[in-house]
Design a protein around this ligand. Structure first.
Ligand SMILES: [Fe+2]
Length: 272
């Protein structure tokens, strides 16, 4: 069981920085005392204070309170032909950080999404099933998502590596929005979901039991990757337009934290 990536205080912090608010300006905007805001940001739960604060951060008060109390955990079963690999990527101050990579296969044709911190389990699965890893699709080039690129290239020299058009990565083929590829019975379509990073792509996969979206850090279960102030509004808009417009049963596969669904994110993410 992968734990939900962000706590409610992470959501508060991301909304504050995205909106360009600090504790004092947020206190003025919300009417909540700065000391109360600091207490929430340190993780202490106060329902009334959260409900007072949420509108100034354009967050849903009820969803924020539910998240703070950890009232829900996702329990998505990945369909046949889809595997998640969760690998440790400790960074100073966040020693328990992990990153996800994914593998899909149809017959013997396979494709991967991001590399993970290491690709050992992913490559073992490819070998165990005698798959042809035709393609590796990179959602964005932050180092935790491409950390095992060298290992994948070494083991699978025939694999084509794809990257977002505006995020350079030596030796990788640039993709823009609207590209369509096949992987056995799967169809893979690119969507531009920048914000957290300047050119991030999400990969929509149809043709299986349910639609899938490999989203990198564009969206997390109950949260989203941090976007700089100048890109925060467009990050929210891209999430709404490109991902949450997908059918409710679409499985969203993020770069951190557990997989979730469009239905649950629309119903439960404080951001939407
Ligand atoms: Fe990232």
């Amino acid at each position: 069981m992968i734990r939900i990536e962000d706590n409610f205080e992470d959501v508060l912090g991301k909304a504050m920085s995205g909106l360009g608010l600090n504790v004092d300006t947020l206190a003025a905007a919300s009417g909540l005392e700065a000391a109360h805001i600091r207490s929430l940001l340190s993780g202490s739960i106060n329902d009334e204070a959260l409900r007072t604060l949420a509108p100034a951060l354009r967050l849903s008060p009820t969803k924020l309170v539910d998240m703070a109390h950890q009232r829900w955990q996702p329990s998505v079963q990945l369909p046949d032909g889809v595997a998640l690999f969760n690998t440790p990527f400790p960074v100073p101050g966040y020693e328990e950080m992990t990153v996800n990579s994914f593998l899909i296969w149809s017959g013997q044709e396979a494709a991967a999404f991001d590399t993970g911190a290491n690709a050992n389990a992913l490559l073992a699965e490819v070998e165990k099933q005698s798959l042809r890893l035709n393609a590796l699709y990179i959602t964005h080039t932050h180092r935790d998502h491409i950390a095992a690129l060298g290992a994948i290239r070494k083991t699978c020299p025939e694999t084509t590596v794809y990257r977002p058009e505006s995020e350079p990565l030596p030796g990788a083929v640039a993709l823009s929005a609207g590209a369509r590829h096949a992987c056995g019975a799967f169809e893979i379509e690119t969507r531009l979901t920048f914000g957290h990073s300047p050119g991030a792509l999400s990969y929509i996969v149809t043709g299986g039991e349910v639609p899938l979206a490999f989203v990198g850090d564009t969206l997390f279960c109950l949260s989203m990757g941090k976007a700089p102030r100048e890109a925060y509004a467009v990050a929210l808009e891209n999430n709404r337009r490109e991902l949450l417009s997908m059918p409710n049963n679409t499985i969203l596969c993020p770069g951190h934290g557990p997989v979730t669904t469009v239905r649950d994110e629309k119903a439960r993410s404080p951001f939407f």
